[in-house]
Ligand binder design. Structure first.
Ligand code: CA
Length: 228
């Protein structure tokens, strides 16, 4: 038995119960905390493989929980967020969260996000150069991209954006992370650069923003490459 162990930090009992059942059925071992401080303690003592964190907790702010855990651990943290809470999601990502799921949850999506988060590779891991996502092929070494059997000629920046999404496939990559990695810290707020680049990438890959096969827009927050 080698079930990934998930720590749920959530004060609402019905949501905790729902998550416990859904994760249990999905093959995860579940730990629960009702409060932030208790959650931090359990994260430290029981070393979960991932954390599901509600931001609105009765004792301390969820972002403080993230900051505290990040002082010693790179465990994947998924934030449980309310719909339309873009500012809150961005603040949580800046504090060190990896992804978020919006309430009410679809169980399948939640489990997929968790599995993607658990694939988070430790720093220094050697990467495979050739990545495949359905009919999208990306070679990180030769910077060659092919979609549906056809070469896609991306500019340098466009390739860098796609490569970053590919290295985090299935996981959310925030605007700030994309902008600072590809354009530099001076451009952390220039989301229009990103919007234009993503538009060009989609066009070259034959992807459709309204019915995406490869790149999903997370409105106001970032992008996600559909994982396999
Ligand atoms: Ca709450």
């Amino acid at each position: 038995m080698n079930q990934p162990r998930i720590l749920i930090i959530e004060d609402e009992a019905p949501i905790r119960r729902f998550l416990t059942i859904a994760l249990g059925a999905g093959g995860f071992e579940v730990l629960e905390a009702e409060r932030g401080r208790k959650g931090i303690e359990l994260a430290a003592v029981l070393a979960p493989d991932a954390v599901l964190l509600d931001l609105g907790l009765p004792d301390i702010d969820g972002k403080a929980v993230i900051a505290s855990i990040r002082e010693w651990s790179q465990v994947p943290i998924l934030v449980l967020s309310v719909r339309d809470g873009e500012a809150e999601k961005i603040a949580a990502l800046d504090a060190g969260a990896d992804d978020y799921v919006t309430k009410p949850f679809a169980t399948g999506e939640l489990l997929a996000r968790l599995r993607a988060a658990l694939r988070k590779r430790p720093i220094g891991t050697i990467e495979k150069a050739e990545l495949t996502f359905g009919t999208l092929e990306i070679n990180l070494a030769t910077r060659f991209v092919r979609a549906d059997g056809r070469e896609a000629k991306l500019t340098r920046k466009e390739f860098d954006v796609l490569a970053l999404l590919a290295r985090h496939s299935g996981r959310l990559v925030g605007h700030r992370q994309l902008l600072t990695t590809v354009w530099g810290t001076a451009h952390a707020e220039d989301t229009h650069y990103l919007r234009v680049a993503i538009g060009h990438i989609r066009e070259k890959l034959g992807d459709d923003a309204a019915d995406p096969r490869f790149i999903i827009t997370e409105p106001g927050v970032g992008y996600r490459l559909l994982g396999e």
